[in-house]
Structure formats: C-alpha cells, structure tokens
Write a protein that binds this ligand. Structure first.
Ligand SMILES: [Zn+2]
Length: 357
C-alpha cells in the first residue's frame, strides 16, 4: 500500500469533446470547463497534495463493447469522423467525441485499477463526458459510453470481485446503468435522484430488477428541492441497509454533483456537506463489509464553481477527515413538507424491496 490511500485520475488538459450550443441549452453546460475547473480547484486548494495522481489513459473500442451494442459504438465512431450530428436525445457529436469518450472510459478503468491492485483504497476519476444515461444501444442525456458500467464489468473479471454495487448520487436517474444490469444478480444498482414527473415510471421505486436480478435495482426517487437532511436519511434508511444486504466486494459511485443547490440543470437543495457525508459513510461501509475499496467516477454537475468543492468534500470524507468549511456551504431553508414527502418515499422503496432481500 502506498503512502496515500486515495487516488485521483484527471482528464488530460488537451481540447476535448464539446457540442457547441448556446446557453440555456442543456448541451452547453456539459463542457471542458467542468473538469478543468474541478482539477484547478483541487490544485490551488492544496487538496491534491496528499493524493496519488494519475492521468486518464485512452480505453479501446473493445472496452466500450463490453456493455454496448456494436451499433452504438459504430455510431459514436462514425459521427465523430463526420464531426457533428445528433446521436440521441441531448447527445450530439463533435470531432473530439470518440477520443474524449474513450479517455473517460480509460479514466474510470485507471481509477478501478488503482483500487483493485491495492495502490490506493479509494479513487476518483474526474472525467467527462459522463456515462450513466448511456444504455446498451442508446447514447442520450450528454452520455455516450457508460464509464461506470464498463469499469464495473471489468471489475467482475477479477478473481476477488464477485459482486459490485454502484451507488448513483447524480441528480438524475442513471437509466443506462440501471438497464444494463437490470437482470443481473452480481451487480447492485442504487440510485438516489430527483424524480422526473414528466417521465413517469423512469426511476420509480417499483423498478426493482428482473429475473435473477430482482431486488438488486434500488431507486430512491426524491421530490424536487430535496434538502441535505433527506439525502442523509436516504443514505441511513435505504442505501446503507441495501449495501449491507448485498455485501459487495467493490463499491463504485456514479458521482454527479447536479443535486447541488447552485446547479443550473438539477433542482435539488444540497451543498458539499452532503457529499462529504456520502464519502465518509461509503468509506466506512467499504471497510466494514470487507470491500476492496470505492471507485468514484464523475457524472453530472454543471456549475463549474461547485464541482471542485463537492469533489474536495467527498475526498475528505473518504479519507476520514473532518468536513472542510467550503464557500458553497451557506445557510438555506429546509421545507418540512418536502422532508415528510421523502419519508413516505423511503417507506415505499423499502416496502417494494424488502420482500426480495
Ligand atoms: Zn445528472
């Protein structure tokens, strides 16, 4: 084991995929500034000094084929050559798309490798484009290759990893990851998200898996403007018991920060303290369950000034440090009605799943 127990994988500084749209188009917010400013924040705050740092290598097309159809991979490849065009809902090509998507997969793989080989206990891949909306055949929602799903599949090839849990804390439901592993009993998918009332059914608590996978898909659909206390309660009442029941050998995290109150895309009401708590709790569970460690991969989070503090808070939680006082932690009101509504959601989630645990 090296001196540092946490590693960070950084996207390269070269020009990367950017589908050129004006704001307020959703696509405009998923841009290279996100990872550049996050890494700049971690460098200037001194947070990176105590960590192992790795560059994201480029993955191969064969890695993408581990969870995606040849049709999806060919489409991403061909439209990158063309340099523009629409691949799916909110998924557009640029000349840098294929290379950037493979670098993001490579970053997730490197983060996984650092934990699997024991170089570090926990790792965080600060990469883009994100992945959790990309399903077997469909790029969508700013996602092309499902970075976490590919890394989880590779992890299961290790002799000591028979079960992987993926905890998705992005503001949105990771429909792609959920679909890819929906009938699998060796991959647990747990998503805490803002429920999309315009897409009834997607991310609903009654989606609990299929066939051998029944009970392994855990959706926690929270109401809009959910505050920190409900996220803490979701962790205590659902995520922690679900992980204890599943007993994974490895915990992966789809680490989106668009639930931050300042995010221009998500509509929740949390700050970096919540992400510190999730870091602390998942590190503690990883140790008590005898996991190899935790592997975090960036998903959403579209305020480039908030992603850095949120990752910093996660890393401090993972390292067992006190919660740092960061500039995004400002006093905000909690709506008790929202907290009560979420309590009903937790009851419904557990009611749907517990018979299968
Ligand atoms: Zn999101």
């Amino acid at each position: 084991m090296s001196k540092s127990k946490i590693g960070v994988v950084a996207n390269p500084r070269e020009p990367l995929h950017f589908a050129s749209f004006p704001k307020p188009n959703l696509e405009a917010f998923e841009n290279p500034l996100r990872t550049q400013m996050a890494i700049h924040y971690l460098e200037t705050s001194g947070a990176l000094e105590r960590l192992e740092r790795y560059d994201a290598p480029k993955a191969s097309v064969e890695d993408a084929l581990l969870v995606h159809s040849p049709y999806l991979v060919d489409t991403v490849s061909l439209m990158s050559e063309i340099g523009s065009g629409q691949l799916g809902e909110s998924a557009y090509a640029s000349p840098e798309l294929l290379r950037s998507a493979l670098l993001a997969v490579g970053g997730a793989k490197r983060a996984l490798q650092a934990v699997i080989t024991g170089e570090v206990q926990h790792s965080f891949a600060i990469v883009r484009p994100p992945g959790h909306h990309a399903s077997f055949s469909n790029p969508m929602g700013l996602c092309y290759f499902n970075n976490v799903a590919i890394a989880a599949t590779i992890a299961l090839g290790d002799n000591n990893v028979n079960r992987v849990s993926i905890v998705d804390i992005d503001d949105h439901h990771g429909n792609g990851t959920s679909e890819i592993f929906y009938a699998r009993r060796d991959v647990q998918y747990i998503s805490v998200h803002e429920y999309d009332y315009e897409n009834f059914g997607v991310g609903h608590f009654n989606e609990i898996g299929w066939g051998e996978g029944i009970g392994t898909n855990v959706n926690i659909p929270l109401v809009e403007a959910t505050p920190d206390s409900s996220y803490e309660e979701a962790c205590r009442r659902v995520i922690t018991p679900a992980l204890k029941q599943f007993k994974p050998d490895l915990i992966m995290v789809s680490a989106g920060f668009d639930a931050h109150f300042s995010d221009p895309v998500g509509n929740m009401n949390v700050d970096s303290k919540t992400f510190w708590k999730y870091g602390r709790e998942l590190a503690s569970l990883s140790a008590s369950l005898g996991c190899r460690g935790t592997v975090w991969v960036l998903e959403g989070g579209y305020n480039p000034l908030a992603i850095g503090p949120c990752i910093h808070a996660c890393l401090e939680g993972l390292g067992g440090q006190e919660c740092p006082k960061l500039y995004d932690q400002i006093a905000r009101e909690e709506n008790e009605l929202i907290v009560e509504s979420n309590r009903e959601v937790f009851d419904q989630v557990l009611g749907a799943l517990e018979p299968h645990w």
